[in-house]
Design a protein around this ligand. Structure first.
Ligand code: HEM
Length: 240
């Protein structure tokens, strides 16, 4: 699962004013990036208190920090509110009201390989702790707002025509309502920029090697995997 503890007071990474402005512009351009269910108002308001955001709604929260935000509630971790300007090939409207297992419906192997562990960790998350993980995607399109599930799948390998999206995901529990906050900070680089970072290329190669075939297919990298791995290995070895 790749979860690491982070200090709860530093659970979100700092962002520049330009990054925040770009994210707010994406929220303005996509009103359906924000949605919530009746009954989630108290959790939205509690999150706003944590973030110092106003108004005390999920939208107010989303305009205060660069991270995309989701609120999950109850034993089955139902997605009750979200503000997601930079979805990686999913739509908030398709997921709102679903438990975490349902949210991951299209992810191959999730019920067997991950669901049990993820739910155990999230149920045991206390308000004094926070955790983070990273996940990556490769798209042939640098647009950060990607709601279409099949968008951006590369047909061929070209490091100058692919963008590596890395999501830094952070989770914490709110003390009063008990809702879990899932914050997603998306950064991206054109893949050829990795040529200057052999260590990161090696890390991505290792992650790609350990990605099961069905998950690689879902992530849209099955076709380019051999060429991508060969390139990453050359970069990691300093011979690109
Ligand atoms: C903390 C443990 C979690 C793990 C290990 C996990 C794992 C995964 C994996 C493996 C994928 C497939 C894409 C990829 O490889 O990056 C995925 C997709 C996704 N995850 Fe999670 N996830 C976690 C938590 C969450 C939470 C708390 C949410 C709350 C909303 C969430 C929402 C999603 C969504 C919306 C997708 C895209 C699904 C789609 O394509 O329809 N994940 N997750």
């Amino acid at each position: 699962m790749g979860l690491r503890p982070v200090p709860v007071d530093d659970w979100l990474e700092p962002a520049s004013p330009d990054e925040l402005a770009a994210k707010v512009a994406d929220l303005d351009a996509h009103p359906d990036a924000v949605a919530w269910l009746p009954g989630s108002e108290a959790a939205q308001s509690e999150l706003a208190g944590v973030l110092g955001a106003s108004p005390a709604t999920i939208e107010g929260c989303a305009r205060a920090v660069v991270d995309d935000l989701c609120l999950l509630d109850g034993e089955t971790l139902v997605l009750v509110a979200g503000a997601v300007a930079h979805p990686n090939r999913w739509r908030l409207a398709d997921k709102l009201g679903a438990p975490l297992l349902g949210v991951h419906g299209p992810v191959p192997g999730y019920p067997g390989r991950l669901a049990g562990q993820v739910e155990r960790v999230l149920r045991s998350l206390t308000p004094g702790r926070a955790v983070e993980r990273r996940s990556w995607a490769l798209l042939d399109d640098p647009t950060l707002h990607q709601p279409v599930p099949t968008a951006g799948v590369p047909a061929s390998f070209d490091p100058a025509g692919l963008w590596l999206r890395v999501e830094r995901q952070a989770l914490r529990r709110l003390p009063v309502t008990g809702a879990v906050v899932f914050a997603i900070r998306t950064r991206q680089w054109r893949l050829d920029e990795l040529a200057a970072h052999p260590g990161q290329a090696g890390g991505l190669a290792a992650s790609l090697r350990s990605t099961p075939d069905d998950l690689a297919g879902y992530k849209g990298v099955a076709v380019i995997r051999p060429a991508l791995l060969a390139w990453l290995d050359r970069v990691a070895a300093g011979v690109s």
